[in-house]
Design a protein around this ligand. Sequence first.
Ligand SMILES: CN1c2c(nc(N)[nH]c2=O)NC[C@@H]1CNc1ccc(C(=O)N[C@@H](CCC(=O)N[C@@H](CCC(=O)N[C@@H](CCC(=O)O)C(=O)O)C(=O)O)C(=O)O)cc1
Ligand code: HCS
Ligand code: ZN
Length: 758
Amino acid sequence: MKTHNLGFPRIGDNRELKHALESYWRGETSQNELLETGAHLRKNNWECQKELDYVPVGDFSFYDHVLDTSWMLGNIPARAQKTGGSTLDRYFRTARGQSAGDGEDNQISAGEMTKWFDTNYHYIVPEFDPSTEFCLDDGSLLDQVQEAQKAGVNPKPVVLGPVTYLFLGKAENFDKKTLLKKLLPEYVGLLNRLAARDVEWVQIDEPLLVTDLDNDWKHMLKQTYQALANESVKIMLATYFGPLDDNLDLALSLPVQALHVDAVRGKDQVPDLVSRLPEHMVLSLGVIDGRNIWKTDLNTLLDQLTPIHDQLGDRLWLAPSCSMLHVPVDLEIETGLDTELLSWMAFARQKLVELDLLAKALNQGRTIVAAALEENAKALENRKKSPRIHNPGVQARLAQVDDSWGERNLPYPERAKRHKEKLNLPLYPTTTIGSFPQTKEIRSLRLKFKRGQIGLNDYTTGIRDQMKSTIEFQEETGLDVLVHGEAERNDMVEYFGERLDGFAFSRYGWVQSYGSRCVKPPILFGDVSRPQPMTVMWIVYAQSLSEKPVKGMLTGPVTILNWSFVRDDQSRADTCRQIALAIRDEVLDLEKAGVSIIQIDEAALREGLPLRKNQWEEYLNWAVEAFRIAANGVKDETQLHTHMCYSEFNDIIDAITRMDADVITIEASRSNMEILNAFDETAYPNEIGPGVYDIHSPNVPSVDFIVTNMKEAAKRIPRERLWINPDCGLKTRSWPETKESLKNLVEAAKVLRAAATA
Ligand SMILES: CN1c2c(nc(N)[nH]c2=O)NC[C@@H]1CNc1ccc(C(=O)N[C@@H](CCC(=O)N[C@@H](CCC(=O)N[C@@H](CCC(=O)O)C(=O)O)C(=O)O)C(=O)O)cc1
Ligand SMILES: N[C@@H](CCS)C(=O)O
Ligand SMILES: [Zn+2]
C-alpha cells in the first residue's frame, strides 16, 4: 500500500510567497530573489513530504496553477503577449493587468478570476477563441521534476487535465470543446517528455468528473484518455471535491493506471468502487480531509480500510482527499489556539503524519503505531464530549424559530414607499459596497495593537481617524449612501469569527485565496452565539459624522459558514441557522441604535452552491432561510441591502428573490450588464445596484463607461429601481484610483439624472 499527496500549500509556513511576490511587485527585490524563494519553498515542501512514496511536483505556482497551465500550453492572451519585461513579468501581467503608468504605455486588463469549484481559491480563467493555438512550453515543470529528484524525493508531476482545462475556460460565441483536438498533441508531448525524465507516474487532475456532465464532455474524456494512454508513463486520474456518482462507470472505463477519488465527501461510493475496480487499476483513496482542519478518526478509518487493503493489496493507495492548498500549513507554529482545541485539529503537515500512520498500520500492523492511535482516539473522544461544543441556550433559542422570524411585515412595494419618505434618496442613488482601501497604515496600526505596542484607546482613535477621513471623502465626492469603510476589520469573515462564541481563530492559519492574497478562515467548533455587539460602536461613530445615511455593514450567515472551517459533527444547515441568529441580534442592535440602512453581504451564497445540481434546492432552501432569519426581523422603515459579487445569477434568481432584500448590489460590469437579464422586471421585483466597474483592476472607469453601463442596465430594470455602485469592496485598491473612480461614478449619476429629467 503506497501513499502520495495531490498538492501541498505553496504559500510557506509564514506566507513567504506572499511577501516575496509583493516586494518584487513593488520593485524592492530582484527576480532572482523571487525565484530563489520559490525554489526554497518547493524544497521545504518536498522535505516535509519525504515519507510519502510519491510527492507532487508542479503544485507550486507563483500565482495560480490554472494560469501556469495556460502558460505551459502557450495559451497567453494576446494583450499580454508582446509586452515588455521578462517572461515572469508577462505572466504576472496576464494575472494582474497593468495600469497605464506602470512603465508601459498601454493599460492591460487583468485576467478574469473565478472560484475553483466550491472552494475559496480563485483561478485565472483561461481564454479561448477561434484563433487559439497551443504550443507546449514545459521547461518550468521539467526543471521542477529535476529539482525534486535532486532533493531525493520520488516526483509525481501534477498537471491539470485537458478536459477540465477547457471546461474552466471562457469562450465567447465559440464552442471551446472544438479545441480538444489541438490540445491533445501537446499533452501527448508532455507525457513523453516527462517519461524521458524517468517519471513513473503523472497525476492528471480532472475534477470536472464530480460535476454534472453532458454527453459531449463525457465523450471528450474518453477521447482524451485513449489518446494519452502511454506505454512509458503511468497516469493517475485524480478527481476530488465530491463523489463520482453517475460518472463512476465512465471513470472506471478510462484506460488509466490509477484513479484517485475523494473518499471523504465521496465515502459512500467506496464499496462500489472497490468491487468494480478493473484488475489493472490502482485505487487511490483520498481519506484525509483536504478541505477541513479536524483530526481524522484514524481507528474507525483503519477498520474500514483493512478489508479493502486485504482485497486490493498494493493496488490500494492512500492520500488526502484533494490538494492541501485549501488548509493552513502547520499547526506546530500556531500560538493563537489553546491546547485543547489544538488537540482536535490537523493542518497540512499534521495530515501528512496521519497519512503516514495509516500506511504504517496497514502495511506493518496497528501495534507499531498503537500509542499514536490511542492518542488520536482520546483527542476525538474529548472533542465529542467537550462542554465547549454544546450550548443549551443556543439550542433552546433555535427551537423557537418559526417562519415568522424570516418575514418582513409589509411587501417590498409598501416598504419602498416608507424608505422614500425616510431616506429621500435621489434617482440613481450612489453608494459603495463597504470597504475602502486597507492601507499599510491601517494594517500596521492593527498589528501594533495586536502586539501590545499601542493600547485600545490609541487603536480606537487611529481607526476612528481613518473612518473620519473616509466619511469626509464620501461627503466631498457627493455619494448618497455612505459607508464607514471597514477599517476596523482584518477580513469580512474573520472579524466576525473573532467576536462570536463557538469560533476560534488562529494566528498563522493562512490559506491562499488568490495570487498573493490570503485569508485566515475562522474555525467554527461549537454552538454559535453573540456575546456582545460586534459593529454597532463603529457604525454609530461613522453615522455621527454625517447627515447622510451610513450603511450598517455585516457579513451574512451563509458567507461566514462557507468561508470558515466548520464543525463536522452536525449539518451545515443547522450550523448556518445558529450563525443567522447571532447576525440577527447584531442587525436588531444596529436598528435600535438608529441605523436606517443595513447591508448583509452574502458574497459566498452563490459560491457555496453544491457542485451537483440535484443538491441545489436543498442548499438554497436552508441558505435563504438563514439569510431571512438574520435579516428580516427589522422594521419596514429600515432598508435592508445585500451584496453578492460573483456572476451567474440566472440559476438562482428565485432564491435571491426569496431573500427579499430591499436592495441587492451585484457584480455586473464584466458581463457588460448582461447579467441583469436574470434580474428583469418580472424576475426580480426589488432594487438593484449593478456593479458599474471592476474593482479587481486598478483601471479607473471613465464617466462615459459608467453612463453606458447604467444605460444598458436601464434597458432591463426600471430606472427607479437602480442604484450606482462599484462591483465589490475597495479594500485591495489604492486611494488615488479609488478617489478618481468614485468621482467619475458620482459624475455619471449626475449625467443620468439630468438625462432622466430632460
Ligand atoms: C471577497 N473576498 C474574500 C474572500 N474570503 C474572505 N474570507 N474574505 C474576502 O474578503 N473570498 C473571495 C474574495 C477574495 N478576496 C480577497 C481580497 C483581499 C484579501 C486580502 O487582502 N487578504 C490580506 C489579509 C487580510 C488580513 O487578515 N489582514 C490582517 C493583516 C494580517 C497580516 O498580514 N499581518 C502581518 C503584518 C502586516 C503589516 O502590514 O505589517 C503580520 O501579522 O505579520 C489585518 O488587516 O489585520 C492579505 O494580505 O493577503 C483576501 C481575499
Ligand atoms: N463589504 C465587503 C464585501 C466584500 S464581498 C467589502 O466591501 O469588502
Ligand atoms: Zn463583494
